[in-house]
Design a protein. Structure first.
Length: 359
């Protein structure tokens, strides 16, 4: 397993398993002189941590980060930033009945076939608990982007059949923390939460969509042709556990429109070049154009369901599995900060790459 590093200049190398001693990482390429707001970083981790509401896993973890290097007197030094988040609440026995069987649609089978061995406890490295390292690195990236006037806000826009029916500009995105689903429509959020709770009671799971908006991105980020900004964002999002799809701008919507209807028309805005619309999603030719960047990320239902399902064991014998343990009935509420983190790491990395594009 060698591909555990993300980024080009700003790079995160992560380590750890769900039921191992710790999850952590080393961040390289982080600029010196950035004030490190520890309270903000912990707040980001709290948004991801388990046990935060009745519609998430019951696992209880403080998820407190310990920085080991690269920060002196509250400021980044430009040296590698090492960190760890210690696991304290593993119930490994919950997974004993899954040691020799494959959960349908889970990584159990593919990890075993690829590596010849797997850590069955909580899914090992394939567990979404590894995303802790992403959230820490993303929080640091957010602190750097904040100095550049770039902000990132993700939110739950669909859970099963319940979905927002308006453009993101119609909602107050600062209100998402007012409900456990992290949806900007408070009435719809209650319906989503009730639905997730009902699905959880059935021992089943449900998926949906997280939308994300990036504001303040300067013109010029992106490295065509193989490092286009939307391709980098897509790669970042598709690396998140349970993600099955990515689209930016209008994506698959309004495919019946002609080019003359789809184009974002330029105009003279008091001496500056402006756009009449933003159907492109803030990226044209693989390069940011200064408008809001917006995209959507589709998450499948969690593969581990607490009901009987037919499967096979490691020898190919057919059997019945009823999983045990503490699992999310829906990943979306806790995945919102992960989507933001991956977007932040991508934007900071591509900002630094842009600085190296010309002399």
């Amino acid at each position: 397993m060698y591909n555990n590093t993300f980024g080009n200049i700003f790079r995160l190398t992560s380590f750890g398993e769900s039921h191992g001693k710790a999850i952590g990482g080393v961040i390289d390429g982080f600029p010196a002189g950035i004030t490190i707001d520890m309270e903000f970083i912990q707040k980001e981790l709290n948004r991801r941590r388990p046990g935060q509401s009745a519609i998430t896993t019951a696992r209880k973890e403080a998820d407190e980060v310990e920085f080991l290097s690269g920060i002196y007197e509250g400021v980044s030094t430009g040296c590698p930033i090492g960190f760890a988040v210690w696991n304290t609440n593993q119930h490994s026995n919950d997974y004993d009945n899954m040691k020799d069987v494959y959960r349908p649609s889970h990584a159990d089978y593919t990890y075993t076939q690829k590596y010849g061995i797997r850590d069955h406890r909580g899914g090992g490295r394939s567990s979404a608990r590894e995303t802790i390292a992403r959230v820490v690195a993303g929080a640091l990236a957010k602190l750097a982007l904040r100095q550049l006037g770039i902000s990132i806000m993700a939110f739950t826009s669909q859970v099963g059949p319940f979905k927002l029916d308006k453009d993101y500009t119609a909602y107050d995105l600062t209100s998402i923390e007012n409900n456990p689903v992290r949806c900007p429509d408070q009435d719809l959020a209650r319906q989503m939460a009730d639905y997730i709770f009902r699905i959880k009671g059935e021992g089943d799971t449900i998926g949906g969509v997280i939308s994300c908006v990036i504001k303040g991105c300067p013109v010029g980020l992106g490295q065509p042709v193989f490092g286009k900004l939307h391709a980098a964002l897509g790669n970042a999002m598709l690396s998140i556990n349970a993600v099955k799809g990515f689209e930016y701008g209008q994506g698959f919507s309004n495919m019946e429109l002609k080019g003359s209807q789809q184009n974002d028309i330029f105009y003279n805005n008091n001496g500056e070049i402006g756009f009449r619309s933003n159907r492109s999603g803030g990226i044209q030719g693989g390069i940011s154009n200064g408008q809001d960047i917006y995209f959507r990320v589709a998450f499948k239902p969690v593969a581990t369901v607490l009901m009987e399902q037919p499967t096979v064991d490691i020898h190919g014998n057919e059997t019945i599995l009823k999983a045990r343990g503490r699992h999310d009935p829906c990943v979306l509420p806790r995945a919102v900060p992960i989507v933001e983190a991956m977007a932040a790491m991508t934007l900071l990395d591509y900002y630094l790459l842009d600085k190296a594009s010309t002399l």
